[in-house]
Design a protein around this ligand. Structure first.
Ligand SMILES: *[C@@H]1O[C@H](CO)[C@@H](O)[C@H](O)[C@H]1NC(C)=O
Ligand SMILES: *[C@@H]1O[C@H](CO)[C@@H](O)[C@H](O)[C@H]1NC(C)=O
Ligand SMILES: *[C@@H]1O[C@H](CO)[C@@H](O)[C@H](O)[C@H]1NC(C)=O
Ligand SMILES: *[C@@H]1O[C@H](CO)[C@@H](O)[C@H](O)[C@H]1NC(C)=O
Ligand SMILES: *[C@@H]1O[C@H](CO)[C@@H](O)[C@H](O)[C@H]1NC(C)=O
Ligand SMILES: *[C@@H]1O[C@H](CO)[C@@H](O)[C@H](O)[C@H]1NC(C)=O
Ligand SMILES: *[C@@H]1O[C@H](CO)[C@@H](O)[C@H](O)[C@H]1NC(C)=O
Ligand SMILES: *[C@@H]1O[C@H](CO)[C@@H](O)[C@H](O)[C@H]1NC(C)=O
Length: 572
């Protein structure tokens, strides 16, 4: 008689070792790809990022020829899959192709023993003009190996090109993509600001439309920019609790020194933020795919098509007297340009320009023996109009308007043992070309943090974060318009300990996606102590292959975090 015992033991072992690998993810919609199209997948790179500081992976990427004419694809996606086993901080990653930043990501902090794995599928179809020809592809992931930090990020990146057909037409694409980048050939092409980053750009003389996309994220003393204190109130707080320069930040795009548009950025929390166990295995929204921002610079076309170089500047301004920030922000961008079939220069005139150099902002507050409380409120309005006459004689009236508001209240009690943040950024961004909406961005980013040091030695603390990302966006004519709503509430505890910090937490997420092509997706997913306790998907994109993969894991991974970062700096 055959005993079932060995088989059962084998199965149990197989299941538990499979289940022990922690699968990290960020809630997002699956990529919009034609499921039944012919596809060509190429391996872009494979690299173990160990001590990789200053040593990016630089490869040549050549498009496949088996999926139709180059640049005629219905969609292109990148698949980043990473494993890591050990102790490590979260790290920022930049993908640059043809000198254009095309994806900014960050890494979940790994566990030790069984390790972690994650996959993120990034839709890069809007960068089709870059992918249509061979070029240099750079993945910068600056990691450090040093005593106490041994986690290596083992990465593999594949690109998939989906053939177009009668059923799946080629993705819409710009005639030209102009980088707003450093043009470095051995590392990421983003710039560190302050001071602002500027470059001269010469437009084709027959350009008729131009849409900017900006990348911006706070780093180091600006990682928790929303918790930075107004300089006037900083001396009233215990030293080392946070940094100065206030909490208001606007990313500005200037053309020849004039404001062309502004962004009130979404606060992305990386996986080492506040309490690392809050983000294990569900990262904060945006951590694996940082949001980007869209501006219509078409009204400036009459200036830009004179055949001369024009100075484009990206900077980040605060509401303090000197309008600057601490170090640092990483910024970059690109311009999606449409040209006229005629080779004759575009002409026209800006008929209205109404934009002040900086947002209108005011800081108020009170200092009491046991409480420091301050608020900054800011508003920003921009309105630009122009008549544009193409070489073929078509006249377009372009209108660009932004109406943004921001409010941030910080309350510190009992010598900053209790730190409460209440922030909201919201606004509407609209451009029309002959009355037709061309760029739309109606956003709301409410963000609440309740942070408590549980003992005077500041070696343990708890944090509750309630934040949302709500965005109705028509980014530009090359990206599908969508409505995305994400709500995440997390709470947890963290204890610094020799031999492995301890943390716990719960995370509840509600996500929904609807786009103008009728695609829908929703997901409700909760985690407690690293274990997924609820996972429901809905909508017509459900189960179509993004990262709806979750698994439970062992208790062991509640320790061994790379480290926590707090508004005042790193805690080890
Ligand atoms: C992404 O790449 C990983 C590693 O190569 C692979 O296992 C996985 O199936 C890929 N996912 C998709 C959706 O292509
Ligand atoms: C993770 O690394 C440790 C050594 O630090 C090793 O003992 C263990 O086998 C590794 N786990 C996996 C899944 O490779
Ligand atoms: C990279 O840039 C440097 C400095 O600009 C230049 O000297 C070098 O030739 C470039 N390398 C390649 C491969 O283009
Ligand atoms: C832009 O061009 C002007 C005029 O040629 C030059 O003075 C300036 O230094 C350039 N700026 C940058 C950032 O390249
Ligand atoms: C306030 O907190 C700081 C550390 O943030 C500490 O050095 C100081 O002793 C505390 N003061 C009082 C009165 O508790
Ligand atoms: C926080 O740390 C203090 C002293 O370091 C300790 O007495 C207290 O029990 C800790 N709190 C929790 C909830 O573990
Ligand atoms: C998440 O939902 C669970 C179940 O409803 C609840 O027990 C937990 O307190 C929630 N967590 C947060 C941070 O709201
Ligand atoms: C996390 O740990 C703290 C301190 O030990 C405890 O008070 C809290 O109940 C724990 N939370 C969960 C969800 O287990």
């Amino acid at each position: 008689m055959i005993s079932l015992r060995p088989l059962l033991l084998y199965l149990l072992h197989a299941l538990s070792s499979y289940g022990a690998v922690l699968r990290n993810f960020q809630v997002t919609q699956p990529p919009i790809i034609p499921q039944d199209a012919q596809k060509c997948t190429v391996k872009v790179l494979q690299r173990d990022f160990a001590f990789s500081y200053g040593s990016a992976e630089v490869v040549e990427l050549t498009p496949p020829t088996e999926c139709g004419p180059l640049g005629s694809w219905a969609a292109i996606t990148l698949n980043l899959t990473v494993t890591s086993n050990g102790t490590q901080y979260d790290r920022l990653g930049h993908f640059t192709f043809q000198n254009v930043e095309i994806w900014r990501t960050s890494t979940p902090e790994p566990t030790r023993g069984d390790g972690i794995v994650w996959t993120y599928i990034k839709d890069v179809s809007q960068y089709m003009p870059l992918f249509a020809k061979p070029g240099t592809f750079i993945f910068q992931l600056d990691n450090l190996i040093q005593p106490g930090l041994d986690g290596v990020y083992s990465t593999v990146v594949h690109a998939t090109y989906y053939a177009s057909s009668r059923k799946h037409p080629p993705a819409k694409k710009a005639d030209l993509i102009i980088p707003l980048s450093t043009f470095a050939n051995n590392t990421g092409n983003h710039a560190s600001v302050p001071p602002g980053f500027s470059l001269n750009v010469t437009f084709p003389r027959n350009a008729v439309k131009a849409f900017a996309e900006l990348y911006a994220s706070g780093n180091s003393q600006e990682e928790f920019w929303y918790f930075n204190a107004a300089n006037k109130f900083l001396p009233s707080l215990p030293s080392g609790i946070t940094y100065g320069q206030g909490s208001f930040r606007e990313v500005r795009l200037l053309i020849d020194g004039q404001v062309a548009g502004a962004v009130f950025p979404y606060p992305v929390i990386f996986t080492g933020g506040f309490v690392p166990s809050l983000w294990r295995p569900i990262s904060a929204y945006g951590a694996l795919d940082l949001p980007t921002y869209f501006l219509d610079v078409t009204p400036f076309i009459p200036l830009l098509t004179d055949g001369k170089p024009h100075l484009f500047t990206i900077d980040v301004a605060s509401a303090e007297d000197d309008r600057t920030t601490l170090q640092n922000w990483y910024v970059s961008g690109l311009l999606q340009v449409v040209t006229d079939p005629s080779s004759k220069p575009t002409t026209g005139r800006i008929t209205r320009y109404d934009a002040s150099p900086f947002a209108k902002a005011a800081t108020t507050g009170t200092v009491r023996p046991t409480e420091v409380d301050f608020t900054v409120k800011a508003t920003r309005k921009i309105h630009v109009e122009a008549n544009i006459v193409s070489g073929s004689g078509k006249t377009t009236h372009a209108v660009w308007s932004q109406d943004l508001s921001y409010s941030n209240n910080q309350n510190y009690r009992e010598n900053a043992t209790f730190q409460v943040l209440r922030q909201s950024a919201s606004g509407s961004v609209l451009s029309t070309h002959d009355g037709i909406p061309t760029i739309v961005d109606v956003f709301s980013y409410p963000f609440d943090v309740d942070f408590v040091f549980l003992a005077a030695d500041q070696r343990n603390w708890s944090t509750r974060i309630d934040h949302s990302y709500e965005r109705v966006v028509l980014p530009n004519p090359f990206i599908l318009g969508s409505t995305i709503k994400n709500h995440q509430i997390t709470d947890g505890f963290y204890q610094l300990m020799t031999g492995g910090n301890y943390g716990n937490g719960t995370s509840n997420n509600t996500f929904s996606y609807v786009d103008l092509a009728g695609n829908t997706y929703s997901r409700q997913v909760n985690a407690a102590l690293n274990v997924i306790t609820l996972d429901r998907e809905g909508g017509n994109l459900a189960h179509s292959g993004q990262q709806a993969t979750s698994s439970s894991t062992s208790e062991a991974s509640q320790s061994h975090f790379g480290g926590a970062r707090l508004p005042g700096g790193t805690k080890i």
